[in-house]
Design a protein around this ligand. Structure first.
Ligand code: ADP
Ligand code: MG
Ligand code: MG
Length: 339
């Protein structure tokens, strides 16, 4: 019998449009002889669109409004064998939708509530990975209320890390709200921006030299495998939103030109991080590699990475011999696996 799959796309985060692009790719790649796929687009308002509106949103690439309340439509998700929540960022990749599906008793692709929530939060990720002995940049947490009532303590924390430093909302993606702060005079503006997007903000030291950015894909549940390592190159100060989504600004190199030892170290660290964070199904683990010093620092773990046919994660597994269609099929199998 064909498996009935509910494909969720869009969502309330700044990565709504990216998710719709990924969903179009997955929709056309899931083999029709094995799967009956129903897409449901979630509007930017967080409501679930009925079939004809979903179709329209997939074609146009966005759905700012419309749809039914989440809980109303979620009840109808019961007729499916598995859900593919192809959602990026808050209200999708952060354990919220995973909690809803867990309550409804429906298997789904990717990490559960715990792995999704912890991996989405840059501060919690750093805490868990630190206790697992995984190397990272120095960092500090600041909470909005602290910034409002005792800004000097936050400024001191930044000074202790040294300049330049990075300021980021704890729970976002796609570089939204992230600033590289070169001088103390620019700190307040960066904090104001980050706190306008999140209650919690992370301050991060920069590596001594501009790092190379290398990424590895992980696939599996309790016996995960690592893909070859890929590298991103771009001509910008850092990998900001514009560089990420402007055609031709960045290039992917697979496999990354690295020694076999360094590549193996990256894959081993990524697998350790995947387990420490209780991830499942898939994740893309991103690192900084400082060539001058040989330092390898884990930057972040994305539990629902970009998933168009030209995105890094599918390309990494293609290089390992698993084509896009086989990869999405495997992800659904992993969702249905007894764990
Ligand atoms: P997002 O989840 O939005 O992708 P990241 O933490 O990956 O956020 O940061 C986005 C980009 O900013 C990185 O790819 C890198 O180019 C740059 N960056 C972030 N943190 C640091 C850091 N501590 N040192 C150097 N570059 C950084
Ligand atoms: Mg991210
Ligand atoms: Mg990133």
């Amino acid at each position: 019998m064909k498996k009935r799959i509910l494909l969720l796309a869009g969502g309330q985060s700044g990565e709504h449009e990216v998710s719709l692009m990924s969903a179009r790719s997955v929709l056309s790649a899931l083999p029709r002889d094995q799967f009956d796929v129903t897409p449901v687009v979630i509007s930017k308002q967080g409501r679930w669109l009925p079939p004809t509106e979903t179709q329209r949103a997939l074609e146009s690439g966005e759905a700012p409004t419309g749809g039914d309340l989440v809980l109303h439509r979620a009840a109808s998700a019961e007729g499916y064998d598995a859900v593919f929540p192809l959602l990026h960022g808050p209200m999708g990749e952060d354990g919220t939708v995973q909690g809803l599906l867990t309550l409804a008793g429906i298997p789904f692709v990717g990490s559960g509530v715990l792995g999704s929530a912890v991996s989405m939060d840059k501060v919690m990720t750093k805490q868990v990975l630190a206790s697992a002995g995984i190397p990272q940049v120095a960092w500090a947490l600041a909470v909005r209320r602290e910034w409002q009532t005792q800004p000097d303590t936050v400024r001191e924390r930044a000074a202790a890390l040294g300049y330049p430093l990075f300021v980021k909302p704890a729970n976002l993606g796609s570089s939204v709200g992230i600033s590289k702060v070169a001088r103390p005079e620019d700190l307040d503006g960066a904090l104001t921006l980050a706190f306008s997007l999140d209650r919690r903000v992370i301050l991060e030291a920069m590596t001594a030299h501009k790092p190379r950015e290398v990424e590895v894909g992980i696939l599996g549940n309790d016996a995960p495998i690592a893909s070859p390592v890929g590298e991103l190159r771009f001509d910008a100060d850092f990998y900001d939103y514009e560089t990420k989504y402007t055609e031709g600004r960045a290039s992917m190199h697979i496999p990354a030109p690295l020694s076999a030892e360094v590549a193996e170290q990256i894959r081993t660290l990524a697998l350790r991080a995947f387990r420490a964070l209780d991830c499942a199904g898939l994740a893309r683990v991103d690192f900084f590699y400082v060539e001058e010093t040989g330092e390898l620092l884990l930057n972040e773990v994305n539990t629902m990475p970009g998933f168009t046919t030209t995105s890094m994660y599918p390309k990494l597994f293609e290089a390992a011999g698993l084509n896009y269609s086989a990869l999405v099929t495997r992800l659904v199998e992993l969702a249905l696996e007894d764990r």
